[in-house]
Design a protein around this ligand. Structure first.
Ligand code: HEM
Length: 491
């Protein structure tokens, strides 16, 4: 029965393609060879994720600033040029995410990252105040504590051997523990109960499973996926993640009223978490418990790996540039003097050089290398019409390495962001731009700032192999294909 339905759908698609003679401007846009019916879908067939990324990077050189790929009846337009990127990201109604985001829906539901239309507008309005700077200040004690633990762990590791450390596992734990405590009020690091360990592992495993599905065309079908070992593992992860989040939400809800009384009497026992702000919105009828679960899961996803890869690439770049480390240290010393306490928010705000360092890290290695939209309303991309139903992929990674915008684009030079040179407003978009920009960017920058500041204060970083750059791969986020090692020398 299933095969008959699949065959009927395929026949309908073929007929639609054969008899649909409507003109489409995207037909004239260059791109990889398009075969009848299946289009160019087979170009990625069997390619490992690093080769997929390599292939995507070749396209603008081969075909130009706009590239069209087709797959059955779908048109996918890839844009690399700053002007096109501005038009797409600044459109006020084309805010729907493209097809691949569907695969993270079983995990995140239609939370802020995935939702669209009025639901997205409503949620964004509720959630925006929760990322206000005054709220973020409440998280400083968590940032400080987790950074301190990270430094202790790194020192321990240095004392055990040569000081050459694989960076990502340490940083990933740090960002995971930080987001878990700020989003849900849960300490994953101090309490190693089975549920917490299972949750941590599931959060780590789930991304690569989604990616495997994305790049394996036959696993796109829900039924086949559910029978495949990858689908089964994904279901197990979902189970752990959802049941853990549900338990935390219900427990926090129970203590919420109590906590409110404690806050009123100035005697809060629990640290504030984003979840508390969502529970407050629930008490006003603005969001329900299912909505809270969606948003908590969304924060856990968006707020952990993105920051971890940025910090990991950042430490690799810093290890190659001792002069940059020295300038960071000079700046920190000029602000904190001889004191060894961690900086507070206003002191972090004064660290303009460190800010430029973070900008340059995210220019060269934007954690989200490209983003996708499904077009819901026809629009003009200067001279061509992009019709409803098409998908557009915005190439942040490529644009931020364009030498017209950034001379010697491969060179790590934080001073670019200090020279006062005026830049096109869309030339730097690691947090995206327009309506659907990253709601957590201030959170991420604060977390990265305190982590880098404290690491540089305690360690001199040296490269294992100077100027070696890892092969990158396509994942839900930008990743190195090989582990990144840095030599840590205690100051
Ligand atoms: C270096 C760290 C980060 C980077 C580079 C980054 C980048 C991005 C980008 C490019 C988008 C747009 C995605 C798209 O259009 O598909 C986005 C959206 C989002 N980010 Fe981040 N992000 C970071 C950290 C965070 C953190 C720490 C949080 C939460 C605590 C967060 C929460 C979100 C959410 C909820 C959205 C969806 C916003 C919406 O559609 O309204 N991000 N992020």
């Amino acid at each position: 029965m299933l095969w008959q339905i699949a065959l009927a759908i395929l026949v309908c698609m073929i007929l639609w393609k054969l008899f649909n003679t409507e003109h489409n401007d995207l037909d004239s846009v260059p791109g990889p060879a398009k075969f009848p019916i299946i289009g160019s879908a087979i170009i990625f067939f069997g390619l490992p994720p690093n080769k997929v990324f390599e292939e995507l990077l070749k396209w603008p050189k081969k075909y130009g600033k706009r590239v069209v790929v087709t797959a059955l009846y779908r048109y996918i337009l890839h844009v690399y040029d700053i002007r096109d990127i501005e038009i797409v990201l600044s459109h006020s109604r084309n805010i729907k995410k493209s097809k691949p985001y569907v695969f993270i829906e079983p995990w995140l539901g239609t939370g802020l990252l995935v939702s669209t239309g009025s639901k997205w507008h409503r949620r964004r309005k509720i959630l925006t105040p929760t990322f206000h700077f005054d709220i973020l200040k409440n998280f400083m004690n968590v940032f400080e504590e987790k950074t301190k633990n990270l430094v202790v762990d790194l020192k321990q590791k240095v004392s055990e051997g040569s000081g050459v450390i694989e960076v990502m596992p340490f940083i990933s734990d740090f960002t995971l523990y930080t987001i878990c405590e700020t989003a849900m009020g849960i300490r994953l690091d101090s309490d190693k109960s089975e549920a917490k360990l299972k949750y941590k592992q599931a959060i780590i495993d789930i991304g690569p499973l989604v990616m495997k599905r994305l790049t394996t065309i036959w696993l796109h079908n829900d039924f086949i996926f559910s029978l495949h070992p990858i689908g089964k593992k994904f279901a197990e992860c979902l189970d752990s993640v959802h049941s853990f989040a549900d338990t935390v939400i219900m427990e926090r809800k129970k203590s919420y009223e109590n906590d409110k009384k404690e806050v009123a009497s100035g005697d809060r026992k629990q640290r504030l978490a984003l979840l508390d702000l969502l529970l407050e919105a629930e008490s006003k009828g603005e969001i329900d418990l299912e909505g809270i679960r969606e948003e908590v899961n969304t924060f856990m996803f968006e707020g952990h790996d993105t920051t971890a890869t940025a910090l990991t690439f950042g430490l690799m770049l810093l290890a190659d540039h001792e002069d940059v480390q020295e300038r960071i240290l000079e700046e920190v010393t000029s602000i904190l003097g001889d004191s060894d306490r961690p900086p507070n928010t206003s002191e972090l705000g004064e660290m303009k050089y460190l800010e430029a360092v973070i900008k340059e890290i995210l220019r060269i290695y934007p954690s989200v290398p490209f983003i996708g939209r499904e077009i819901t309303e026809d629009f003009m991309l200067d001279d061509i019409k992009v019709k409803k139903g098409a998908e557009v992929v915005v190439h942040i990674y490529d644009m931020q390495r364009n030498e017209d915008l950034y001379p010697e684009p491969e060179v790590f030079r934080p001073e670019r962001f200090l020279d006062g040179e005026s830049r096109h407003p869309y030339a730097y978009v690691p947090f995206s731009a327009g309506l659907r920009n990253c709601i957590g960017q201030r959170f991420a920058k604060l977390e990265m700032k305190i982590a880098l500041c404290e690491i540089i204060r305690h360690f001199r970083l040296l490269p294992v192999m100077k100027d070696a750059r890892p092969t990158l791969k396509v994942d839900l986020i930008l990743r190195s294909n090989d582990s990144i090692f840095v030599k840590f020398v205690q100051r």
